[in-house]
Design a protein around this ligand. Structure first.
Ligand code: C5P
Length: 237
């Protein structure tokens, strides 16, 4: 069975989040909590989301020295979340110990949260990568390189553009997660995303998970938009 579309809870606080989630009644969801909401509300919000029966992607994109990431991952594993992430640019040693920290911090009887890495941020352009990071290959080559590094470091997958998902599967493995934001229902505003695809296209190209924010959170009927995303995503091609 395909994983549920992940709804990005890009809200400033608990009140707005609860108001939004009330519209979903008993539907159990997969939600993404990013830095803004987590820094405002902290672990208590995660407990609330779990009480409501939702799966959680805690999107904090850790990037620090291996020892700090290791200790932080031990803590994140105790927060009962399902998916966490790091920046692949932190290196293979950092990624390897991030996973170890998760394993050690997972309470007995529970399963370890999955861990994925950001390759190049989708906001980074090729020129910026060359001029500021001094990486002199193409952007796609850098993304594929980081995906392979993530795979060989023992992580479960990457965050990437759906447009790169097929190529990443081909250089890693079919069970390596390709979690893809930049999703819009056809006819929706693109906003600040540069390259967007529909849920149906993402599934055809090779995403294993999709992350959808504004197409659902800003819709007049968020539940209706969510069900539309879900049915397109789950449709057999
Ligand atoms: O509203 P929208 O669907 O564009 O939201 C996408 C979500 O995915 C946001 O929470 C954004 O921060 C996140 N994201 C992204 N691109 C990445 C990584 C995360 O858009 N490369």
């Amino acid at each position: 069975m395909l994983p549920k579309p992940i709804i990005a809870l890009d809200f400033p606080g608990r009140t707005e989040t609860e108001t939004f989630l009330k519209q979903f009644h008993e539907e159990s969801l997969f939600v993404k909590v990013g830095m803004e909401l987590f820094y405002k509300e902290g672990p208590v919000l995660l407990e609330l989301l779990k009480e409501l029966g939702h799966e959680i992607f805690l999107d904090l994109k850790l990037h620090d020295i291996p020892n700090t990431v290791y200790s932080s991952m031990k803590i994140l594993a105790s927060l009962n979340v399902d998916l966490v992430n790091v920046h692949a640019a932190g290196g293979s040693e950092m990624m390897r110990v991030a996973r170890e920290g998760l394993e050690e911090g997972t309470p007995s009887g529970k399963s370890r949260p999955k861990i994925i890495a950001v390759t190049q941020l989708t906001s980074t352009g090729e020129e910026q990568m060359r001029n500021e990071q001094l990486i002199h290959c193409g952007l796609k080559e850098s993304v594929l390189h980081y995906a392979q590094l993530t795979h060989s470091s023992g992580l479960d997958g990457v965050v990437c553009s759906a447009l790169e998902a097929g190529a990443i599967r081909d250089v890693t493995s079919s069970d390596f997660l390709r979690v893809t934001p930049g999703i819009r229902l056809s006819g929706d505003s693109v906003d600040d995303q540069k390259r967007v695809v529909t849920p149906r296209q993402a599934s055809d190209i090779g995403s294993t998970h999709i992350v959808v924010g504004r197409s659902i959170t800003k819709a007049k009927d968020p539940l209706g938009a969510y069900l539309k995303v879900k049915s397109e995503w789950e449709m057999e091609s």
